[in-house]
Design a protein around this ligand. Structure first.
Ligand code: BGC
Length: 350
């Protein structure tokens, strides 16, 4: 077990970036940079013990530039979409940057994915990152202090713990945007991998990917992953919901016995390498995004050109557009409250 750090060049703003490497006693290795809290690489063994890097990303900090697909990044202060970039809170109307068609996406023009996190090593298994987002930053009210701890355990778990406090009521929804490809980041299309999602319901969207407000049953639809299904088996079916997003890019409403408990979210498996990833979270939802918008034009690690559906994200989070949908689980963080959230990605082989 060890954590090391090294200089990792400069980011797109010319700021110095540090890279932290966490290694467990089974040889699993994760590299995380303080720019955006980005998981740069994650190496795990296949069933024969061969290691591969199973997350998409870039070789240098500077290549994580504006307009990218948020590879590996912390997303905040509000992950996912807010309709028309507008919401009202305590009688005040707020306007955010419309950076995704008419909507606000992933915290704005310079969200938590593009700032330098103040990072320290905690013993030999973890790093802790802290960022204070100013009152008014990206149009949101309240100064928000966020702390994220990444821990790599000898049980082959990557644990991400989030905590936050705000000086004023503000929408808050944080996640990690890693693109996994369990066959290896450079192995091409990932639709042959098998997904299970612990959700009886999902949120249908409109043509701009905003939830309609309905919680629909997955029964009898291509969104039913309650039993294992190959990602690609139904992804191109004639279905309006799939057509709106070019495939899977929706929020699944996770089955929970108790709100806020850590519970099973998803299981992903690559039948060829045998790599398995199980996801657990305290969050009420997961955005399963099958990388429909990658198109083979973006150069990643080792010169790999990342193709459409060449990975998948399991963004554990609250539901999209919650500030405008009062019936959804609450995303307003108020002064004096402690926001706490945990997600665990656990690696094994089959
Ligand atoms: C969204 C996608 C978006 C992607 C950005 C995902 O969280 O749901 O629609 O294209 O982030 O790369």
């Amino acid at each position: 077990m060890a954590v090391t750090s090294e200089a990792f060049g400069k980011n797109l703003f010319g700021e110095n970036v540090d890279l932290f490497t966490l290694t467990n006693s089974n040889g699993i290795r994760v590299r995380i940079m303080n720019h955006g809290g980005i998981i740069v690489s994650l190496e795990t063994p296949d069933r024969d013990g061969n290691m591969a890097d199973i997350v998409l990303g870039h070789d240098t900090a500077a290549e994580y530039a504006d307009g990218g697909p948020y590879f590996g990044a912390v997303i905040g202060r509000f992950g996912n979409r807010i309709k028309d970039g507008k919401f009202s809170l305590e009688g005040v109307d707020y306007t955010l940057a419309q950076n995704n068609g008419p909507n606000a996406l992933h915290g704005g023009l310079k969200g938590f994915d593009k700032i330098i996190w103040d990072t320290e090593i905690l013993e030999d298994t973890a790093i802790r990152m802290r960022y204070v987002s100013a009152d008014g930053e990206e149009g949101f009210p309240g100064e928000v202090e966020t702390v994220i701890t990444y821990t790599l355990t000898d049980d082959n778990e990557l644990k991400i713990d989030y905590s936050a406090e705000s000086t004023k009521a503000t929408p808050f929804n944080i996640t990690n945007h890693s693109y996994f490809n369990l066959a290896g980041h450079d192995s091409g299309i990932a639709v042959g991998q098998i997904m299970t999602i612990n959700a009886d319901r999902y949120l249908p969207i409109d043509a701009t990917s905003i939830p309609t407000g309905e919680e629909a049953s997955v029964e009898g639809t291509p969104f039913d992953f309650r039993t294992p299904h190959v990602i690609g088996a139904r992804i191109d079916e004639d279905n309006e919901q799939l057509a709106f997003a070019g495939g899977y890019d929706h929020n699944w409403c996770l089955n929970k016995e108790t709100d806020g408990e850590i519970s099973f979210c998803a299981r992903s498996e690559d039948p060829v390498s045998g790599r398995v990833m199980e996801t657990f979270t305290t969050e009420p939802g997961v955005q399963f995004y099958a990388a429909n918008f990658l198109d083979g034009t973006l150069k990643g690690k080792g010169g790999c050109m990342y193709v459409k559906r060449g990975g998948f994200c399991l963004e554990t989070q609250h539901w999209p557009d919650s500030p405008n949908q009062p019936q959804f689980p609450n995303t307003i963080l108020r002064p004096g409250e402690a926001f706490l959230s945990q997600t665990i990605y656990k690696f094994s082989v089959n």
